[in-house]
Design a binder for this molecule. Structure first.
Ligand SMILES: Nc1ncnc2c1ncn2[C@@H]1O[C@H](COP(=O)(O)OP(=O)(O)OP(=O)(O)O)[C@@H](O)[C@H]1O
Ligand SMILES: [Mg+2]
Length: 255
């Protein structure tokens, strides 16, 4: 069976730092795949390469069996691979609702510029985007905050908003960079439930996280990076029992 995403032998260096060394990763349609590893292991760099934000030095990325556009994040998003960021990137002065509406413009015919030309068709499209953005906000539990400035939301709510915006682009694969960093136990479990509901919609997820136990309860398979290399790959049970993984975690201080 063809994987939704199939990255083979990805390498990337920054000056003298080998951030990724021949890392391979597959995400089957509808799966939840975990990506773990100590600080500086290359996890975010792999996301940056997969989403076209950073150009790899070597290796190939196939999306539904065809090459993914390199160096073109917008086209990667249109293809259905959308990510969130380790440091939340919202439009803090726009409302919560407007932040989600931005997500829809990845797919609309008119695009953001077209919205300035108020033809009847564009107005209809805008109304639909408005309504569907409300639906997504309700779905992630933020409907009551729709008209607040995004920057005033509590941290956990900002994370959910980022996800609502990403979901509005209708991804086939949602890549989350440390979605529960800085959250307490209750918030982490609530996020785990939201992620499970996203998968129930048929959307695959690729999730970076440091807490092995949290990720293990959610994932089908886990890839472990260490110093830019793939240290291990397997089911959560295999990874939690892997002596090399335990050693890598005991040997580093994770955030
Ligand atoms: N744009 C860049 N320029 C130079 N070096 C970079 C750049 N991006 C990443 N690196 C380096 O590449 C290595 C991997 O970084 P990366 O951010 O991918 O790690 P990470 O696994 O996401 O770590 P963390 O858990 O701390 O988020 C690090 O040594 C980092 O300093
Ligand atoms: Mg990172």
């Amino acid at each position: 069976m063809t994987a939704l995403l199939d990255a083979q032998q990805i390498s990337k260096h920054f000056g003298g730092v080998q951030a990724l060394q021949q890392v391979s990763l597959q995400v089957p349609a509808g799966a939840i795949i975990g990506l773990i590893g100590p600080n500086g292991a290359g996890k975010t760099t792999l996301f940056n390469v997969l989403t076209g934000m950073v150009r790899q030095d070597g290796g190939s990325i196939l999306w539904r069996g065809a090459p993914l556009p390199v160096g073109e994040p917008h086209r990667v998003a249109q293809a259905g691979l959308v990510r969130t960021f380790q440091n939340i990137r919202l439009f803090p002065q726009m409302t919560v609702l407007e932040n989600v509406m931005v997500g829809f413009h990845v797919r609309t015919r008119a695009g953001v510029l077209g919205a300035w030309f108020q033809s009847a068709a564009v107005r209809r499209e805008e109304q639909e985007i408005h309504d569907r953005s409300h639906e997504w906000l309700a779905w992630v539990g933020l409907e009551a905050m729709a008209h607040r400035e995004a920057g005033t939301l509590p941290y956990g709510a900002q994370r959910r908003l980022e996800m609502a915006r990403a979901l509005a682009t209708q991804p086939a694969l949602l890549a989350l960079d440390e979605p529960v960093a800085g959250m307490n136990t209750v918030e982490r479990q609530s996020m785990a439930q939201l992620i499970a509901r996203i998968r129930e919609r048929g959307i695959a997820l690729l999730i970076i996280e440091h807490d092995v136990r949290w990720i293990a309860q959610l994932c089908d398979r886990i890839t472990v990076l260490d110093y830019g290399r793939c240290l291990a790959e397997g089911t959560p049970a295999e990874i939690q029992a892997d002596a090399r993984v335990i050693e890598a975690y005991l040997g580093h201080k994770s955030s």
